[in-house]
Design a protein around this ligand. Structure first.
Ligand SMILES: Cc1cc2nc3c(=O)[nH]c(=O)nc-3n(C[C@H](O)[C@H](O)[C@H](O)COP(=O)(O)OP(=O)(O)OC[C@H]3O[C@@H](n4cnc5c(N)ncnc54)[C@H](O)[C@@H]3O)c2cc1C
Length: 297
């Protein structure tokens, strides 16, 4: 077992930002990652809303972020976290390779898409299929789009998109639209949102250029974009021992990014904040690192 003050789990933008702040604060810490450093940054084609870099890509941001990380001498260790155990004075973080004793833990493991659910969905990712209205909504200005799903995330994303697009088909795979009453009212009041209850979404249809329609209950609705929000989930399966408080958007944290488990911090998309973006993930990482350093001293 290795000893350290702080373990950061996940080397996406949230975890790497935490690492930068920890290093510059002279903290004793370890960063664990079970895949390619950068997380979602590896997958983003266009990024137009990152302050100071108006037209860029995920990989360009990642290249300069990794250079900054390397120049600071931060090492990213391979390790897939399997569980975290609470122990006297801190935590034991157990990976598939090793285990670490730490006084505080920053979890920055993001969210994952729970498998493709609609025919054509995988084929058109980045060519009309998107999982983030705030990120990609701008590409569909004035067009017709479809949103699939039935929860508060779906309602929030639909309201955001409705202000940009011409028409939005909200395909609900249930008898009733579900969500917080205030959001339901706003969605119902939006004139360009057509709610289609009992939607059986059969296929996302398109060609070489991209999405051209969504097939619902046997009928093709012409759309340029489809936002399927049926299956994303926090990457938090290793938290089964600690069970921090969550809501449908992720793990609940206070202003210091700490959960209801003392010393257990969260940053980035795994948290319950609604605006899950690069800039908010970086913000969370900076706060979590600064507060975790205070916690361990
Ligand atoms: C299609 C799409 C387009 C987007 N476009 C934009 C955009 O234009 N602008 C914008 O600001 N945002 C955009 N976003 C959102 C942005 O990508 C995310 O908010 C941000 O990347 C989240 O960073 P994160 O560090 O929280 O998580 P992630 O980037 O998901 O990183 C989590 C890391 O944790 C690792 N990990 C997971 N589980 C474990 C484990 N058990 N052990 C060890 N490591 C683990 C993962 O491998 C990963 O590297 C987009 C998102 C999507 C899906």
């Amino acid at each position: 077992m290795k000893k350290t003050d702080i373990v950061v789990i996940g080397a996406g933008i949230a975890g790497l930002t935490a690492a930068i702040y920890l290093k510059r604060g002279n903290a004793d810490f370890v960063v664990l990652e079970n895949s390619l450093p950068g997380g979602l940054l590896n997958k983003l084609h266009k990024v137009e809303n990152y302050p100071g870099i108006p037209n860029t890509t995920g990989s360009d941001i990642l290249i300069s972020l990794m250079e900054q990380v390397r120049n600071l001498g931060i090492e990213i260790k391979y390790g897939s976290v399997q569980t975290i155990l609470k122990e006297e004075g801190g935590f034991e973080v157990v990976t598939d390779q090793d285990s670490y004793d730490a006084k505080a833990v920053i979890v920055a493991t993001g969210r994952k898409i729970q498998g493709v659910t609609i025919k054509g969905e995988k084929e058109f990712v980045g060519r009309g299929v998107s999982y983030c209205a705030t990120c990609d909504g701008n590409f569909f200005k004035g067009a017709d789009v479809a949103v699939v799903g039935n929860n508060d995330i779906v309602l929030e994303e639909s309201l955001y998109l409705a202000n940009l697009v011409n028409k939005l088909y909200l395909c609900v795979p249930a008898e009733e639209l579900e969500g917080t009453p205030s959001l339901l009212i706003k969605v119902k009041e939006k004139e360009n949102i057509e709610v289609i209850l009992n939607s059986n979404v059969e296929e996302i249809v398109g060609d070489d250029v991209g999405v051209s329609a969504i097939r619902v209950n046997g009928k093709d609705l012409p759309v340029w974009g489809v936002f399927p929000f049926v299956g994303t989930k926090s990457s938090d399966e290793f938290l089964f021992n600690l069970k921090p408080e969550t809501d449908q958007f992720g793990v609940k944290v206070n202003e210091e990014m700490m959960s209801n488990v003392a010393g257990l911090y969260f940053a980035g998309d795994i948290t319950s904040k609604k605006l899950k973006q690069l800039v908010t993930a970086a913000n969370d990482g900076a706060i979590a690192a600064t507060e975790a350093m205070k916690f361990v001293h």
